[in-house]
Ligand binder design. Structure first.
Ligand SMILES: [Zn+2]
Length: 717
């Protein structure tokens, strides 16, 4: 990859640092993330984050310059005063931001990370034997240790781990710091997320980033890293070094990358500005022990790929140098930087030298993470309580059987459709806490009250909200659009633009529908779709799935992309949206496989290519399928008045005499009017609606192979 470019010997001319930094932004390292395919890895974005902070706040540049000046002075002083073997301890809090996925890592995995971090900073790591002879003498114990906090900022008992549910775990980036943060002058805040930087989703996996000690904005201070690199066990067991955090804590405590300042003879201004860490022209990749990327350093030495602050593989890294230790010492000795973190006052305030038993904090989910089930399907719950061990627990399951349990992971069956709450109370000798999740479990009927023929045109918000279920992925989702439609005023839009990440999937779920009510062998799903491509080479995808077990398993019903029928307006059109009825296309799919299903659920899945939105409207499940016949034109089939009170007039203007079937249904799909008209061409026809309650109805006219549906609004008074 690009890395190879940097492996050539440095040119004799001084490299253009500005230019190099720009290239570095895009330097990524290809690693086999999972067997079978390769994803690029961006080990650390601390430099980019520092640049961003300085860009947004010029005072940061002043603070950085002052920091660099002061450190170079303090290093000389502390070299003299800190050789006494004093160990400084930094209180740590891990904020796990999660959506109940595997990113909600175990306490054991965090303890394993703490072990690695302490071993690395104290040079008690097993692989010190791998430090090459020329670097051995300068590789040292930094005399810094880390301990999980045992008191939270309010003085409450903690095990040093917080757990916060948020969709921001999936690429929310720096915003996660606003969810929870503890005083940075006392605690080293580490936020654990599933993914960093949604906008970087296409360019690679960012492992972590940190702020430097001069960071004057306390709300930013700390480290963000991904859950799959914490420690060496659990979700990190594929990556057995656990040194992402060692590297990031290195930044947090004052160290720069050895490639930060490029090559050169003056160690105070090149590399990481530390004299016993050889400058490296660009980040190392892998474990290249014979590399000497800078040949004008003095003395001219090989690249020290063992250094934790390079990008070499975690199992290649094994050392901090005496020079790095001097900077760390200077930083923790200065109360403007990390001095307060290691003070006696802070040690007491954070309880790091105590070992209390804390009251457990209750949390739970279902083992499958599903919260929607069919009547009668068993559902197993999982106690996810944290902060300390649970001695006693009581579950309360509204509407469930059993209704009370003391098991860790009880299995519960719900026999009646409805929406139910769940409560978990946990306790030990130090305290008792409970949590209730209202409307947590949705139980769907085995036979739906919603019968075919089914129609949904997204006109009425309350019905859409009650019956349909939109799953948001961060800020991306399907949304009801009240200004764009095929019929009426509203439609459903999978909101996609250039800001939507590639391959982002979002879903909207239909209510369960009794398809068997039609009593035919070939019911048809039909709807109107509108889409035009924004990039000729990349089409969004619309996939329609069906489930007969309330969403537990799914089968694909139809898959549409631009070259398989999704496009309703040809050509490449940026930021396109439909502006007339002719921009919509009739779509159909056979539901013959579900003709006897009493609880069909449909899922419309949109997959982004950072292009244009997909619009759908007028979903029908009936015997016809809107797309098979042609639509009756606006003037061929009209109704008035709108709204209507006592009588509705239907006006046909057909070219040839045709038999017409007129059907009116209410919002539940129930047929309330049916009439067969023979030999209609230019005919006015009145329907008495006096006895019908106020509301929205649909009038459908089937004229040979032509079909039209009109919305009828009936008012009273
Ligand atoms: Zn870094």
């Amino acid at each position: 990859m690009f890395a190879g470019f940097f492996k050539t010997k440095a040119p004799l001319l001084k490299p253009n640092l500005k230019k190099m930094k720009k290239v570095m932004l895009f330097l990524v390292i290809a690693v086999n993330e999972f067997a079978g395919f390769s994803q690029s890895i961006i080990p650390c974005t601390t430099d980019e984050y520092e640049r961003l902070l300085i860009q947004n706040n010029p005072d940061m540049q002043i603070a950085k310059d002052r920091y660099l000046d002061e450190i170079s002075r303090l290093v000389t002083e502390t070299d003299k005063s800190y050789k006494t073997g004093a160990v400084r301890i930094i209180p740590v809090v891990f904020h796990i931001i999660h959506q109940y996925g595997e990113e909600n890592i175990s306490k054991a995995q965090i303890l394993d990370q703490m072990r690695v971090l302490n071993e690395d900073f104290r040079r008690m790591n097993a692989d010190t034997v791998n430090t090459r002879a020329e670097f051995k003498a300068r590789s040292v114990d930094t005399e810094i240790e880390f301990k999980l906090a045992r008191k939270d900022p309010q003085g409450g008992c903690t095990d040093g781990i917080t757990r916060t549910y948020s969709t921001l775990t999936d690429g929310g980036d720096n915003e996660v710091k606003n969810l929870i943060r503890w005083d940075y002058r006392k605690y080293m805040n580490i936020w654990i997320v599933k993914k960093i930087g949604r906008e970087a989703a296409g360019s690679g996996i960012i492992l972590g980033y940190a702020t430097f000690p001069y960071s004057t904005n306390s709300s930013n201070d700390g480290i963000v890293m991904i859950s799959s690199r914490v420690g060496t066990i659990g979700t990190s067991s594929k990556f057995n070094a656990g040194r992402t955090l060692t590297h990031e804590v290195g930044h947090w405590i004052g160290l720069y990358h050895p490639f930060e300042g490029g090559c050169g003879g003056s160690c105070n201004s090149t590399g990481d500005r530390i004299c016993d860490t050889p400058p490296v022209i660009a980040s190392s990749n892998g474990c290249p022990k014979n590399n000497n990327s800078c040949n004008n350093d003095n003395p001219d030495e090989l690249d020290m790929v063992e250094n934790y602050l390079d990008y070499s593989n975690g199992n290649c890294q094994n050392a901090f140098t005496a020079g790095q230790k001097a900077v760390i010492n200077a930083v923790v000795s200065n109360s403007s930087y990390r001095g307060q973190n290691v003070s006696v006052t802070t040690a007491n305030a954070t309880g790091i030298n105590t070992n209390p038993t804390c009251g457990p904090k209750p949390d739970f989910h279902t083992i499958s993470r599903r919260t929607i089930v069919c009547e009668g399907s068993p559902l197993q719950f999982e106690d996810l309580s944290y902060n300390d061990s649970v001695a006693d627990r009581t579950w309360t399951f509204e509407g469930g059987s059993p209704s009370i349990s003391t098991f860790i992971n009880p299995t519960v069956t719900y026999t009646k459709a409805g929406i139910y709450k769940v409560t978990l109370q946990v306790s030990n000798s130090s305290g008792s806490n409970s949590v209730t999740k209202t409307a947590f479990i949705t139980v769907l009927p085995a036979t739906s009250d919603i019968k075919t023929p089914y129609q949904e045109s997204f006109e009425i918000d309350s019905i859409f909200k009650k019956e349909w279920n939109v799953i948001e992925e961060g800020s991306f989702s399907w949304k009801r659009n009240t200004t764009i439609s095929y019929s009426g005023k509203s439609c459903l839009q999978a909101v996609i633009s250039s800001a939507t990440p590639v391959n982002y999937r979002f879903n909207v779920y239909s209510p369960v529908i009794d398809v068997s009510a039609l009593g035919i062998s070939n019911p048809t799903l039909s709807f109107r779709g509108a889409y035009s491509i924004a990039d000729a080479s990349k089409s969004e995808l619309l996939v329609i799935h069906a489930s007969t077990d309330c969403g537990e398993t799914w089968k694909s019903v139809k898959s549409l992309r631009s070259n398989t029928g999704l496009t309703s307006v040809e050509g490449v059109n940026l930021n396109w949206k439909p502006t007339s009825q002719s921009h919509w296309k009739a779509q159909t799919a056979s539901l013959a496989a579900y003709s006897t299903t009493k609880n069909l659920m449909l899922r419309f899945e949109a997959i982004s290519q950072s292009g244009n939105s997909i619009y759908i409207d007028d979903i029908n499940i009936d015997r016809f399928g809107l797309g098979i016949p042609n639509a009756l034109g606006e003037s061929e089939f009209t109704i008035y008045p709108i709204p209507a009170k006592e009588q509705l007039t239907v006006n046909f203007d057909l070219a040839l005499p045709t038999d017409v079937t007129l059907t009116m249904t209410d919002l539940t799909g129930k047929t309330i009017y049916l009439n067969e008209l023979t030999s209609i061409s230019k005919t006015k026809y009145d329907i008495d609606i006096f006895s019908l309650p106020a509301g929205v109805y649909f009038l459908k006219a089937v004229a040979g192979t032509y079909i039209g549906i009109r919305k009828v609004l009936i008012i009273k008074n």
